[in-house]
Ligand binder design. Sequence first.
Ligand SMILES: Cc1ncc(COP(=O)(O)O)c(C=O)c1O
Length: 470
Amino acid sequence: MSDSYDSEAVALSDGMLRREAGRLLIEDVPVDVLVERYSAPLFVISESALRRRARRIRAAFERVWRHGEVHVLPAVKANPVVAVQRVLAQEGLGADLVGAGELEVAVRAGIDPALISLNGTAKDYATIERAVALGARVTVDDVREIELAVMAARATGRQADLRVRLRPHFETDARMQAFGVPINDIYGTYKSGLPHDDLAAAGQALSAPELRVSGAMMHMGRYTTDLSVIGGYAGRFGELIAEVSQLWDGWTPRTIDVGGGFAPQVDGFGRADPDFVPPDPTPIERYAEVVCENLAEGLARGGVDPRGRVLEVEPGRALFGPCGIHVATLLNVKRQTRPFPFTWYETDTSQLFLSEIPDEAARPPVIPVHLPGAGGLAEVRVVGRSCMSDVLARTAALPVMRPGDLLAFCFTGAYNDANASNLNLLPRPATVLVNGDQAHLVRRAENIGDLLARDTLPDHLRHPIAGAAR
Ligand SMILES: Cc1ncc(COP(=O)(O)O)c(C=O)c1O
């Protein structure tokens, strides 16, 4: 039996999933075996798929950026599991990261410090100093951070390697596809980067001998798949670099980073409108062409030669998303005939863990882990176990299933676990890394003890209450 939900998800998962006699395997490991061993809900990442995807993204940009090297700095926030980042470090990739925690992940993963960018707004001194001591680059988001970088350079005795985060403006009528907000408003008010008004002051501060300013970066955000908008921003970024060059006495960046924001191949965009049919996903090769061509043209228009400059990219969803699945157990099947016929499958997971569903209106395809030998499809709603409405799939065509059966949510390797929360004190699931026929627990599940570990009772509340539960 081959059903649309199944063949679509499998075809698009780059061969990472397959079926043997109706049983779902990730690489060579049956998914039900993983659940037996590690229990559900469970995040599973395919190591081979991650490596293939990383190589494909790098190759896509190398093919079209002929002016210099290409560095891929995956966004650590999308999947900060140390083992997952170690796989990418082995592939020679770097890291775009925010904050002391993600910096620690990069260190433990063994990522080359020269390929690390400490990004983010409102950085604290301690994290800047740690980055400078490691030889990682600091992406300056505000003039104040330049002073902190000088202090860090003096404290560590190392020159601080900085990049500047710019805010290109491209005039467009386009709207964010998921939520309909005008993109110009989003970019114009998005907090990150040096305001245009501060560029002259930043240039002065950056001339301190303790500093080296090696790069410029921007991040477009995943607001649209409209390539004319994406190309427009890349072109404006090139022009803005040229403007900054004029303002800063001919300075030019050795590295130019276009950030992330490339839609993943499946569920290319979250859609708040349940009736919206997403367009065909844009392959990363097409993004690469549009970004590179427009960036090079923008630089050239402003009089900056792109030759010899390193292009950097920071994929998040497009890299991690397709390489992971999330497995859940069906606990209850409920059917009603009144007030209208409706069937819903209640699972042991939640949108607290599949956070891309509420946050980004993502619609990960859900497929059964075992295909039944016979029987038709039922139109069902799949829900999670938190006290919220917790809709995981508004209407899914799934076989008639029984409690205890397993479901896999595909293309869930990015942000879901990283953004997971603990409403109802639900412990967050484990992550398993699969490689061929091997599976390794790379992040254990939380337990109730973890969730209560931060609580303390002050002395005057310590006496047990008579008759209370122990
Ligand atoms: C600076 C920066 N780079 C890269 C990314 C990754 O974006 P995406 O996952 O949409 O590719 C983000 C995401 O917010 C970001 O802020």
